[in-house]
Each structure stands twice: as C-alpha cells, then as structure tokens.
Design a binder for this molecule. Sequence first.
Ligand code: SAM
Ligand SMILES: O=c1cc(-c2ccc(O)cc2)oc2c(O)c(O)ccc12
Length: 240
Amino acid sequence: MEHNLKKESDPSQKGLLQSDELYQYILETSVYPRELEPLKELRAATASHPRSQMATAPDAGQLMTMLLKLVDAKKTIEFGVFTGYSLLLTALTIPEDGKIVAVDVNREAYDQIGLPIIKKAGVQHKIDLIESEALPVLDKLLEHYENEGSFDFAFIDADKVNYWNYHERLMKLLKVGGIVVYDNTLWGGTVVMPEELTPEYMKQGRQATIELNKLLAADARVQISHASLGDGITICRRIN
Ligand SMILES: C[S@@+](CC[C@H](N)C(=O)[O-])C[C@H]1O[C@@H](n2cnc3c(N)ncnc32)[C@H](O)[C@@H]1O
Ligand SMILES: O=c1cc(-c2ccc(O)cc2)oc2c(O)c(O)ccc12
C-alpha cells in the first residue's frame, strides 16, 4: 500500500478525503459561507504564522459549533489554544454568561494574533486563559469538589501523548451527557502506516494516538464517534 502524508500548511490540503478538490468543495460549499466574520479574520491572520497548520480545520470547527449548541454548552474547557480559532468559535457560540477555561503552555500566538480579534468580537469576558501545562490545571480543578460533573464540553488539541491522562480526569469533570472532542485522532494518516515509514517527528504521536483510539473504543463511560474531519476528531459523550 502506498502511504501519502499530506502537506498540512495549506487548509485546502488538510483533510483526509480522496482528493484535495473534494475537501475544497466541502469548504467552499458548506463551511466558508457560514463561517462567522471574526473566525474568517482569525484564520487569515493565522495563515502567515510559521505553524499555521496547527490551527483547527474550519470544517472540524463547524461540527464543534453544532455540538456546542446541541449540548447547550455554558461551561467549557480547552487544551491547546495556539492563535485561538477553536477558542473563538466556542466563545462566539456559548451564551453571554458562558465561561471557557482555556489552557496553553505558551500564550504568545494567542496574545499576538488571537486576542485583538477576540476583543473586537466582544467575547473576551467569557475566556479565562491560563498559561500552563494542561495536567496541573485539571488536577487543580479536581481539588474542588464543585467542579466535578460541571463541564458541558471539552476540546483537547494539545500534546497527543497525554490525551489519555486528560481523558481520565475529564471523565470526572464532565457532566453526564457532556461532550469531549479529541483532535488529530488520525495523526496525519500515520495510524495506519508502518512505523518504519512514519516520519521520525510523527512517531511518538502515532503511537500515542493508536493507543488512545483503542482505549476510547473500549471505554464504557462514553459513546464515541471517530470522524475523518480535519486530521481526525473523536467525539466522546459521557454516558455514566
Ligand atoms: C494544535 S495547537 C492548538 C490549535 C488550536 N486549537 C486552534 O484552534 O488553533 C496545539 C497547542 O497546544 C499547546 N500545547 C502543547 N503541549 C501542551 C500542554 N502539555 N499543555 C497545554 N498546552 C499545550 C501548544 O503550545 C499549541 O499552542
Ligand atoms: O503539526 C502539528 C503538531 C501538533 C502538536 C505537536 C506537539 C504538541 O505537543 C502539540 C501539538 O499539533 C498539530 C495539530 O493539532 C494539527 O491540527 C495539525 C498539525 C499539528
């Protein structure tokens, strides 16, 4: 079997579909016409960043927006902010008194690129941006009993090797019926690639993602859907 790694620096080539034209078709037909203006602005401002490929894909963002609405999300948490595309779409979707705990080890890209657009969109008051590793923030939240079962929605888009550690803690913080979305659960298609053909820089993420996918599939606490949007997203709904 031939294995192709798609170049991820261009959003038109971000998907895992059979052709880039088909992905472009989805974006132009169904995603861009409905993308809100501040999100368009942030996507354009992020495009010149040397790591622009890290931003959440707009089609995955559109699904996230729907999920946030379906659970009527008011209290959410996000790991991995970068310039803030997923954060801004969450802030634009939840109600005026909604709150987002957003965590990133490095807030530079957020401060320089995302924050001015978020301020202009009038949604900064919903965001509590914490510059930190994700794990200590989760452990701190769990020290306060009132946080248990209190989150409606979580989006996890940070260091792939820790996703299962995040999941164990999120199972306590999420409401029954709440949703956690994991990004990059196909890790550029490497999950089906022989290890020796996987680029060195993707090997650790590949192994962690393969293990995560098996663990999520066997986890009776959640209902799951593994969707091939963007770089693969897995939607988990806490059921007990
Ligand atoms: C893929 S980007 C996030 C993209 C973002 N969701 C968006 O929509 O643009 C991953 C981010 O995770 C952050 N990150 C990496 N390891 C982390 C960790 N252990 N804890 C918190 N953030 C981390 C990185 O600094 C980076 O900004
Ligand atoms: O190319 C990447 C890299 C990451 C990444 C790598 C290491 C970390 O500790 C965190 C994130 O994440 C990405 C991502 O989420 C994406 O959608 C595309 C590309 C990358």
